[in-house]
Design a protein around this ligand. Sequence first.
Ligand SMILES: [Zn+2]
Length: 356
Amino acid sequence: MAESSEAGKVFCDALFRDAKGRIIEPPCFDAEVLGGVDDQAVGGSVATTAGVAATVSAATVVSAATVVSAVADSHCHLDMLSNPGLALARAAAHHVDFIVSVVDPSEEPERTYGQLPEWCHQAEVLLAEWQQPVRQAPSVRVIVGCHPHNASRYDEQLQEVLLDLVHQPLTAAIGEIGLDYHYDASPRKVQREVFRRQLEIARRLDLPVALHLREAHADGLEILNADGWPTSGVLLHCYTLGKDDMVPFLEKGASLAFGGALTFKKLEHLRKAAALAPLESIMTETDAPFMAPEPLRGTVADPAHTVFTAACLAALRSNDKLGQREVLGQLHLNAERFFRGTAAAEAMDRDPLRYD
Ligand SMILES: [Zn+2]
């Protein structure tokens, strides 16, 4: 393996690569937001943290842009990623400093709750190795809920597991719960019943809810209106519909999260919706490992990809009066407020030795 020079300590594993393996520069925010792109190009062989020498040309290696305003990934599945520690390090290197990871009580929930401290520790080791200015792993919150696909597995026993996890210090919301009539992996009647039962838990425990609704928005609304909207907040994750469909949710005070789909060329109607929704009611997300944004489509998404969606949203929402920095700041605040979670989780964020 080639000896890497000081300048060659390019954090190769943190670079963005498209489906063809080409290195993609992080999105450029406007000059006001960009804290200075360190485009110090490094040629020759550079060592990746996996110990594999990668040959890169001087023209293609660019260290990450310094986005002054941090961004939040309000919905991802760390436990579905092949290397969650690496994903957290990549996220931190790209200023994604707040991450919400989804756990399903019917699918090895102990993986995230048990291993998160270790993943964060691994991330901090990598950040130091990469000589990143950011050395701290992102703050992570967990949301727990039985996905509509798994509704058939929901019974009293599973509900006990869910109730136990809900009381873990890292848990900030119930989710993702809802209805998925696209795949119909569980019978619709069962999906509705399981959705209602989990909504009832959220209402009783005063927890916010992250909704997964696919081709089932009308039924979702009907249930929420009939049973009652959780007062601690409702977030419609992975919003992909147009401006009219968001109205009944926004009227009830719900928030919308936009993921990689926002960057898809064909989804102009979605960008229209994102441009019109109240700024206090929208957030960024990835749904990693699913739905990588442009120009990374076809790759496995990870939380670091939030910066592409954030760039798109910042461009859509900034204007003469509101710079991209303010837009990004508000988006971050929205996620932090919604998923603030317990005092114990907040204390963990502040404790530099929390993962030792
Ligand atoms: Zn999801």
